[in-house]
Design a protein around this ligand. Sequence first.
Ligand SMILES: NCc1[nH]cc(CCC(=O)O)c1CC(=O)O
Length: 307
Amino acid sequence: MTGRPLTIGTRGSPLALAQARMTASALEQAHGWAPGSVTIIPVKTSGDRIQDRPLAEVGGKALWTKELDLALLTGETDCSVHSMKDVESERPKTLAIAAMLQRADARDRLIGAGSIQALPERAVVGTSSPRRKAQLLRLRPDLDIVSIRGNLDTRLGKLQAGDVSATLLAAAGLDRLGRAETGTAIALNEMIPAPAQGAIGIECRADDAVTAAWLRAIDHEETHAAVLTERAFVRALNGTCHSPIGAHAVIEGGRIRFTCEILSEDGGERVVDCAVFAVGDLDTPAEMARAMLAGAPDSIRHLFDAA
Ligand SMILES: NCc1[nH]cc(CCC(=O)O)c1CC(=O)O
């Protein structure tokens, strides 16, 4: 390592720590640094402190990033590792997302039943994601959706205890915590994932060219382009990670294929669109967002007014 050791700021949850370790190893490998030479610094975030109610209710942005941003801006850390899904679409100008690791499985997995159709009539399903709730209710209006929070083990514990008969979790998170066998994947066209689901991003200070260059060596370009597309859609909606938005981009034949939807809270209404356009074109997803909102019923439109 040249000069100084690199430090990574991360949330302290088991998933966040696993993602920070993946990032540290990727950096050590890419640059021929000794294993363990990148230091991981856990930082407690507002989102971690609030365990008793749905975050959608608490409101406010930057629940997962504020304290990590502070550690970065004060020089305590050199970069922050994030689940891109939890990173608000507007970031401080003083920071830059310099790299994204290759996206893992972007799908949700259903745990507790073999498929959404196989859930018993009026089954209780635990999720505090407004997107998952709306998507589930659209397919199965009879379901009783209840809020559950906490880390993966807490949620699986509530399922085990019979508090809920099923839950949905991101495949990427389950896989990274060694639970590749848990649950059944829901097809991408049955439930469009959250924007940036399955992608890990690494952010550094905008004026730190040394760290930025180190990070660029582990950037996965296709993931980066796809996630920027999804984030451009969210930004144009004025959405947050608590809005009922599905958005998923893939690169096919050198072009972006982008599928997106916005839903009313009870899933009773939705607007969906799909388009193919050039990689790097962030105007088209923004334009799609504005057109979808303009044509959406009030039950959807009001969700994006307040922001
Ligand atoms: N909002 C919590 C969160 N943020 C990122 C992931 C999973 C990992 C990922 O999507 O990369 C999860 C858990 C979940 O939704 O099941």
